[in-house]
Design a protein around this ligand. Structure first.
Ligand code: BTN
Length: 328
C-alpha cells in the first residue's frame, strides 16, 4: 500500500498519543529518515504534523483540500468502494473520466474526485455548477451483477448513503425527493447522476456521479437557482469538513453496496421510502412534453413512482422532473 496512506492511517489511529518514528519505519519497511521525508512532504500539502521527542509524530490538523491518500487512510478497509481514490484539481466531468478509465479496466469501487469541473452535468442534460473547493464532485465505478431494469437500486442506495452521511456530519435533516435529489429545507443540496453501459440482459458497468453543495455561500448561487438550491454550510450556518463528509459518504456507500451484492436490498429500499418526502404529496411531473399531475402514492419495486392522477388512473413514472405542489 502507498506509504502516505499507511502513515496517515497510523497517525489518525494514534491520535494525540502519537506514532513513533521507529514504529512507522517498521510499518513501512523503510528507514526513519525516509519516514521523515514523507512527513515533510505531507506537511507541504497542509498536514500539521508535530514531531515530539516523547510521543513521536502527532497529526494536529489536516487541510480541507481533498487528497486521495488521506481519504483512503480514513476509510477502514472498504469491501468495494474506495479501495482506489484519485483526486484531480480540475476536470471536465468526473463521470467522463471514470467512463474512460472503466474501458481501460479500472477496478470496481474506484473513485474519482475533482476539486472543480468545467463540464459538470446533471440529469436531463443540465449543467451542474462545480466551483473549486466548495463541494464534493465525484464518480464511482461499479460493476454490479444486475439486470439493467434493476439499476435504479444504485441511485436508491446512493441517495440513502448521502442522506445518512449528511445526518452524521452536520446538524441537518435531509430528505429525498424522487427520483434522487437530496433536499434540506425544501432546497436541493445534492444530486446523483447514474450512467450505464449495458448489454441486453446485464449492466456491464455503471458510473455513479454524486455532487454535493457543501461550502458554497448562499449568495454565490445564480439568481435563477437561489430558491431551488442551497448548500450544507448555508443551511447549517457553519463550514462543513469536506474530507470527513466525503469519507462518511464513501463508507455508507460501501456498506449499502455490500448489501446489494449480498442480495439483501429490501431494507435499503424501505429506508429510502421513509426518507422520501415525495410520497403522499401532490406533484406535477414533466416527462418530455407531457405534464402529469396527481398524488404520489407509492414506489414500485424498480423504484418507479406511482402517481394517482386527477382522473383516478395510476401512472407509472420512471423519470422526469418533479414539482412538489404546496398543498399536502
Ligand atoms: C442531478 O441532480 O441532476 C445530478 C447531478 C450530478 C452531479 C455530479 S458532480 C460529479 C459527477 N460529474 C458530473 O458531471 N456530474 C456528477
Amino acid at each position: 500500500m502507498n506509504p502516505d496512506v499507511l502513515i496517515l492511517r497510523a497517525l489518525r489511529l494514534a491520535g494525540h498519543s502519537g506514532a513513533s518514528g521507529a514504529g512507522l519505519a517498521k510499518l513501512l519497511g523503510v528507514s526513519r529518515a525516509a519516514v521523515w521525508n514523507r512527513v515533510e512532504d505531507l506537511r507541504r500539502h497542509g498536514y500539521e504534523i508535530e514531531a515530539s521527542p516523547h510521543h513521536g509524530y502527532i497529526l494536529r490538523n489536516s487541510p480541507d483540500a481533498l487528497h486521495g491518500d488521506d481519504l483512503m487512510a480514513r476509510l477502514q478497509e472498504p469491501r468495494f468502494i474506495g479501495r482506489d481514490i484519485r483526486v484531480f484539481s480540475q476536470t471536465s466531468s468526473t463521470n467522463d473520466i471514470v467512463e474512460k478509465l472503466a474501458r481501460d479496466g479500472l477496478p470496481e469501487g474506484s473513485v474519482v474526485f475533482a476539486e472543480s469541473q468545467s463540464e459538470g452535468r446533471g440529469r436531463l442534460g443540465r449543467t451542474w455548477l462545480s466551483p473549486a473547493g466548495m463541494g464534493l464532485w465525484f464518480s464511482i465505478l461499479l460493476r454490479p451483477p444486475l439486470h439493467p431494469s434493476f439499476a435504479t437500486q444504485l441511485t436508491i442506495l446512493a441517495a440513502v448513503a448521502v442522506a445518512r452521511a449528511i445526518e452524521r456530519q452536520t446538524p441537518l435533516r435531509p430528505e429525498i425527493k424522487w427520483p434522487n435529489d437530496i433536499l434540506v429545507g425544501h432546497r436541493k443540496v445534492a444530486g446523483i447522476l447514474l450512467e450505464l453501459a449495458s448489454e441486453l440482459d446485464r449492466v456491464r458497468h455503471a458510473v455513479l456521479g454524486i455532487g454535493i453543495d457543501v461550502n458554497i455561500p448562499a449568495e454565490s448561487f445564480p439568481p435563477h437557482l437561489q430558491h431551488v438550491a442551497t448548500s450544507l454550510a448555508a443551511e447549517a450556518g457553519c463550514p462543513i469538513d469536506r474530507p470527513a463528509l466525503a469519507t462518511a459518504v464513501l463508507a455508507e456507500l460501501d456498506r449499502l453496496y455490500s448489501r446489494l451484492r449480498d442480495g439483501d436490498f429490501h431494507e435499503v429500499g424501505d429506508e429510502w421510502m421513509r426518507r422520501c418526502s415525495t410520497l403522499g404529496r401532490h406533484v406535477s411531473i414533466s416527462v418530455g412534453s407531457r405534464s402529469i399531475t396527481g398524488r404520489a402514492e407509492a414506489l414500485d419495486e424498480d423504484g418507479a413512482l406511482l402517481v394517482r392522477t386527477e382522473h383516478g388512473a395510476l401512472e407509472r413514472i420512471v423519470g422526469g422532473d418533479v414539482h412538489l405542489d404546496r398543498r399536502p
